[in-house]
Ligand binder design. Structure first.
Ligand SMILES: *Cc1c(COP(=O)(O)O)cnc(C)c1O
Length: 366
């Protein structure tokens, strides 16, 4: 059986260093807001290429804190609109509605699965305050056009970088391209902890200090509360694990890209649509999404052959019960992606032999 993602094997590949890191934290007697967090934040800011990094409890909180900070800073108010791709994971949307902001859903391009930048300008109104781009599947979603639109209309550009740690746009990391970025270190992400964790990166010193205080009860100094915050801290054990994993991230991305290249070079079945890759540095293959009209049959065929796949995602946000008011809306491209998408196994612990077996099965499907 080839698993979709073998987390046990990934952790195993760094076992010695991870055990040592966890042991170090246990022995230190200091479990929150300590040296491990400070060092992770410094290393991750350096890696992404921003002046500031603030650790928090998870990726959803990272996005929630960015928009909440803009509200606290008087830059946005509840009821303002934020442009966001319609085919994103639910967390991007939840981060907006949690803050009383109105998501304005925009169709993606069927070639890249990223927000279609030619549809953005027509959706801008007097209440539009930001564009939230999502580097979905690990592919860079930023375009020069998006940057130009933000400058022209005075909009904040926020990046959801949960799936794209290490991804580049013309040599700059995603997560450093806009005004602020939210990152998730959920175990299955390219840079994953052994539990929940997340971070915010930005070059905006004020935003950085507001998000830091929001995640720590709204406190600016001990027992002094400026905002109605929450407890959203990244614990020292996860920070220590993440420092180990960060040091191996680049080599792991290269292995993901190797598997992806093998798939692209060897899958020849005309019923399968492969991802478009124009720039190999701009895709870190958190996922390897293919499309197929007979997606469900293909998934069953693969299971039969001992190959696990997942669908990202089966139901788009506007068709979810939690957003009942949008259920009548139609986004044909988004819905087509949700009906046809299938994610093949891809990970830094997969080898070309396994990829070969998967390709062989795929090429025999009709
Ligand atoms: C995983 C993910 C998140 C949320 O991250 P958590 O750490 O699970 O809260 C947000 N956005 C996208 C696109 C994601 O894939």
């Amino acid at each position: 059986m080839i698993k979709f993602l073998d987390l046990q094997k990934i952790t195993q590949s760094h076992a010695k260093e991870i055990h040592a890191a966890i042991q170090r934290v246990i022995d230190s007697g200091w479990y929150l807001q300590g040296e491990e967090n400070a060092r992770l934040e410094k290393a991750y800011a350096e890696y992404i290429g921003t002046q500031h990094c603030v650790g928090c409890a998870n990726g959803l909180d990272a996005l929630i804190w960015i928009f909440r900070a803009y509200i606290e800073m008087g830059i946005m108010s509840p009821g303002d609109e934020v442009i966001v791709p319609a085919n994103t994971y639910i967390a991007s949307i939840l981060a907006l509605t949690e803050n009383g902001l109105k998501p304005v859903l925009i169709e993606p391009s069927l070639e890249t699965y990223q927000i279609n930048d030619s549809l953005i300008e027509a959706a801008i109104t007097k209440r539009t305050k930001a564009i939230l781009i999502v580097h979905l599947y690990g592919q860079c979603s930023y375009t020069k056009k998006i940057g130009d639109i933000c400058r022209k209309h005075g909009l904040k550009l926020v990046e959801d970088n949960a799936q794209a740690h290490g991804c580049l746009y013309l040599g700059k990391k995603t997560g450093s391209l806009g005004d602020a970025a939210g990152h998730s270190f959920y175990p299955g992400k390219n840079l994953g902890a052994l539990g929940d964790a997340g971070a915010i990166t930005t070059n905006d010193a004020e935003l950085s200090s507001v998000v830091r205080s929001l995640g720590n009860y709204g406190s600016t100094q001990k027992y002094v509360f400026k905002y109605q915050g929450r407890n959203s801290r990244l614990d020292e054990i996860q920070a220590a694990v993440l420092r180990v994993k960060l040091a191996h991230l680049n080599e792991e991305i290269i292995q993901r890209q190797k598997i992806a290249r093998y798939y692209i070079d060897h899958i020849t079945n005309p019923a399968i649509i492969l991802p478009n890759v124009n720039d190999w540095t701009a895709h870190v293959f958190h996922l390897f999404p293919i499309r197929c009209k007979q997606r469900d049959e293909l998934q069953a065929f693969l299971i039969e052959a001992g190959i696990q796949t997942l669908i990202h995602y089966p139901i788009p946000p506007h068709k979810q019960e939690c957003y009942k008011d949008w259920n009548h809306l139609t986004f044909p491209i988004t819905e087509q992606i949700h009906q046809e998408e299938l994610s093949l196994p891809i990970s830094p612990v997969m080898n070309l032999e396994e990829a070969g077996k998967i390709v062989d099965v795929l090429n025999h499907f009709f």
